[in-house]
Design a protein around this ligand. Structure first.
Ligand code: AMP
Length: 447
């Protein structure tokens, strides 16, 4: 509602047309688009529920620090952050894992483990908008708290895979990596470099982060150059590239040098083997998955839809450590987030036939004199469980039938004064055009 203050200040609408456009990177959704979105949402939710996950909800905005605590202040550039009237620094959520972990630490720590939670919500990032990349987008995701066994990880990964597959999407790739391994290879390669032998801790961390960023961007030329720049000899760089190309357990073990990692690789290998038990038999070992190191650790995974081209990543997930940072008792945590908008884009690109929204019947009054009775008939049918629309426009029958067809209504009930005298109406099959005289009480059986 406009206040008198704002009323005074707003210029007539014909001067202000630009103001009434959508903010950059946001979208409106038509009824047809909403139908597609609801279909996809219901499909994913059903899969989550089949795996015993329970839905939660958190606020759209949080204290800014929730997001800067782990990622540092540089993340602010990517956020919608603001001060409220009480001078509190807030941010629209860019993702939901940190909010869910805040919620867990605050209220859910005593719940029986493992705790299986799922969410669906809009997220906001100050991204550069393009197809598949928006400033407001939706994520559907799960967090698994309290378990890190191979079967727990395999179930979580399989859940992400099936949640996407069950929507009807045909072509997706699942890759599973291990950050413990990747981190060790990067450290080992940098160990004799200038920045490790003589550089400051900050330089070390920056170099490592930059290498992870380049791997994440699949810029392997950039990775080689960065190592070179840091004084790493060619032989070591070649060995590093071989170590991240390794894609079976025997080869991975050859590159592992530190104690403890071998055991971790066994858990990783067992997780991948167990995926078959969950109906996933095309998972690939992929050591080049470098999801942000400041967040993730251990097993990580990604699911792509190649049909989407540049913005093909549908889902990212893995193990992470946030609970101690938020003041909770240390416990294993892992999760994933599915890009909901991209899943729909991928379905559309594969020409998926989304179920159409229809009504069972459209009630059409054939004259003004029968409107009241038509409304009663519609109400009775609704009370008996049917999805019913009534033509409210007082127009001729051919226009009303066109309207009924636009609703994809299966049947039309034509209410005419002559037929009503016999307590009957005409039922028309909208596909064949066949019409029948039916007693009002029997209409429900004809739908
Ligand atoms: P992330 O939280 O960055 O791991 O993202 C998880 C998933 O959310 C990605 O795999 C994408 O499918 C989706 N996603 C991330 N950012 C955007 C965006 N700006 N627009 C649309 N989808 C996004």
């Amino acid at each position: 509602m406009l206040t008198s203050f704002t009323k005074k200040r707003i210029k007539p609408y014909f001067i202000q047309t630009d103001v009434f456009k959508l903010p950059r990177g946001t979208r409106d959704f038509t009824p047809e688009e909403m139908q597609r979105r609801r279909y996809t949402e219901n499909s994913m939710m059903t899969t989550f529920q089949k795996f015993g996950y329970k839905e939660i909800q958190t606020p759209i905005f949080e204290n800014l620090e929730l997001f800067t605590a782990k990622s540092g202040a540089t993340i602010i550039d990517e956020l919608y952050s603001f001060k409220d009237k009480g001078d509190r620094e807030l941010a629209l959520r860019p993702e939901l894992t940190a909010p869910v972990m805040r919620f867990y630490v605050d209220k859910l720590q005593m719940e029986p483990k493992p705790l299986k939670l799922f969410y669906f919500g809009n997220c906001f990032r100050y991204d550069r908008p393009q197809k598949g990349r928006y400033r407001e987008f939706w994520q559907m995701g799960c967090e698994l708290i309290g378990a890190s066994t191979p079967e727990a990880m395999a179930e979580l990964i399989a859940l992400a895979y099936h949640a996407i597959k069950e929507t009807g999407l045909k072509n997706i790739n699942l890759r599973v990596g291990n950050l413990g391994y990747l981190n060790q290879q990067v450290e080992e390669t940098l160990s004799s470099s200038n920045c490790y032998t003589t550089g400051s801790t900050e330089l070390k961390n920056n170099t490592k982060s930059e290498i992870f960023r380049l791997i994440d961007k699949e810029d392997y030329e950039g990775v080689r150059n960065k190592f070179k720049e840091s004084g790493v000899i060619d032989k070591k760089i070649i060995k590093f590239m071989d170590s991240i190309d390794a894609n079976n357990i025997e080869d991975l073990k050859k590159f592992s040098v530190k104690p403890g990692l071998e055991q971790e690789l066994e858990r990783y290998n067992k997780t991948i083997n167990l995926l078959k038990k969950f109906g996933v038999d095309n998972a690939r070992m992929e050591m080049k998955i470098a999801r942000g190191l400041d967040y993730y650790s251990g097993i990580v995974f990604e699911i792509d839809a190649p049909i989407l081209g540049a913005e093909k990543q549908l889902c990212g997930g893995g193990e992470y450590k946030l609970v101690p940072l938020f003041g909770g008792k240390e416990t294993p945590t892992a999760g994933f987030a599915i890009g909901f908008d991209r899943t729909i884009l991928a379905l559309e690109s594969e020409d998926f036939t989304f179920p159409k929204e229809t009504v069972d019947v459209c009630v059409i009054p054939l004259s003004n004199a029968v409107i009241d009775r038509s409304l009663e008939i519609a109400s009775d049918l609704r009370n008996m469980g049917a999805m019913v629309d009534v033509d409210l426009m007082r127009r001729g029958v051919s226009k009303s039938l066109k309207y009924a067809a636009s609703l994809h209504s299966k049947k039309a009930v034509l209410v005419g004064p002559k037929e009503l005298k016999k307590n009957s109406v005409i039922i028309r099959d909208m596909d064949s055009g066949d019409q029948k005289l039916v007693e009002v009480n029997n209409v429900i059986y004809m739908l």
